[in-house]
Design a protein around this ligand. Structure first.
Ligand code: 5GP
Length: 183
């Protein structure tokens, strides 16, 4: 039995779409809001998608031990505040964390009841295609993200579940099955 579900997947794998659909269908689930130092993308909102911090602000939170986990990813910091997770769990909410695989494994070490789910692309070529199609990043940034894929796939071997994102509906259905089997 768990109240904490951690979902990871390589960038561009479509996990944002999958998670949005899951959250719309299940208002009883709560999506954790992480902190990041990366720039806000079009349409993103402070406190909804992320809490946007300057590098020194983020580093101060690290020094003060405020993060449950944090990682540097593609040159930016990302982290989950302990306080955010503790408050949600105290309120009895089912919490979804959408973080990278390294962060997910760190969460599992601290909170072994967390259920780790990896969303994999049907193929690496397909993933590269989606990443470029998004058109939000420079070639250099895309190359960095592609380079991290291998590591993500390696880390995901230690996850509890793996979902191949063939179609969004299928992936959402599998996520629902995993969640209901573990709550
Ligand atoms: P993006 O910049 O596309 O929003 O996210 C890039 C990566 O950072 C994704 O793999 C996402 O899962 C991860 N990420 C987002 N928030 C966190 C967090 O709080 N901690 C960690 N470790 N990774 C995060």
């Amino acid at each position: 039995m768990s109240k904490l579900f951690v979902i990871s997947g390589s960038s561009g794998v479509g996990k944002g779409t999958i998670i949005n659909k899951l959250m719309t269908k299940h208002p009883e689930l709560k999506l954790s809001v992480s902190c990041t130092t990366r720039a806000k993308r079009d349409g993103e909102q402070e406190g909804v998608n992320y809490f946007y911090l300057k590098r020194d602000e983020f580093e101060n939170c690290v020094k003060n031990n405020e993060f449950l986990e944090w990682a540097e990813f593609s040159g930016n910091y990302y982290g989950t505040k302990k306080m955010f997770v503790e408050t949600c769990l105290k309120l009895g909410q089912y919490l979804i964390l959408e973080i990278d695989t390294k962060g997910a494994l760190n969460v599992k070490r601290i909170m072994p009841e967390a259920v780790l789910i990896f969303i994999a692309p049907p193929s690496i070529e397909e993933l590269e295609h989606r990443l470029r199609g998004r058109n939000t990043e420079t070639e250099e940034a895309i190359q960095k993200r592609l380079a991290s894929i291998k590591l993500e796939i390696e880390n995901s071997k230690k996850f509890d579940y793996k979902i191949i994102n063939d179609t969004v509906d299928n992936a959402v259905m599998k996520l629902e099955e995993i969640i209901s089997a573990n709550i």
